[in-house]
Design a protein. Sequence first.
Length: 297
Amino acid sequence: KQWYQRRVAITAGEDVMKVIGAGLPKTGTTSLGAALKVLGYSVHDHEEHIVFNLENYLKLIYEGADASLLKKMYGDVDAVVDTPSCFFWRELVQQFPDSKVVLGVRDSPEKWYDSVLSHCQYMQAANWWDNNKWYSPLVMLLSPTVRAFNRLYNFISVKAVIVNVWSAPKVTSPRAPLGINPTILKNHYHDYNDAVKQGVPADRLLVFNVKEGWGPLCQFLGQPVPDCPFPRENQAKGDGAVPVVDQMNKIDLVRNIRYEIAMNVGYIAIGVGVMGLGIRLLAPRVTLLKESFPWIN
């Protein structure tokens, strides 16, 4: 079924949210989500956020919807990780006062910067979601989902400071091949993490590096340590590939975009065909009319 057919009606549910993943993208969010699933939690990662709550996030971001909408969005979900939910950690903490917060971190700001840079390089090389392509306006016109998706990613880019990074004075060096300003990005990493540490009570917060494995996470959540390795997901491969980017092309929302474009192109083709046929059918009659009434121009 298409993405829009899989959408479920959003109703207020029991406040079961147990874990809020507040870590920035590229801090092991996918691994954390996989680990929480092993522990038995129902988890909404980036894919679930956009598949099930794209429209609701647009209401929160652009229409000033009350934060209580988050309770309806995630009332029956145990845990959330990654964007865009991580940028609503304050609201989630308020809406789910019994939940715990896991702030994902890397070994250093430099390591996080390297991961972000690798991700951006791969997306650029794959031409994934490039608004600068000649056909981008046409795709936006043909797909309502693309328009909604683009509005959400404009917000994510600003919150992740990617926009500010690319608009800042460019740094030309082997460490900044895309012109990304590493100082701004690393400062953002510091400022964001500090805000979470200051905004969440200490007894509800775990600052966690996925390299630490099951121990700290299970102790924090009061769960037994599973008899299996800690998940390591979305790791850059030797060729720089980032698997999660490839997976984005397989989700229902992307399939729905392709369906919308194909359908609208079909409608346009049918419309053009009907117009062409109408012109061909009317042309002889117009000629006859002009011959019968020469005064008609």
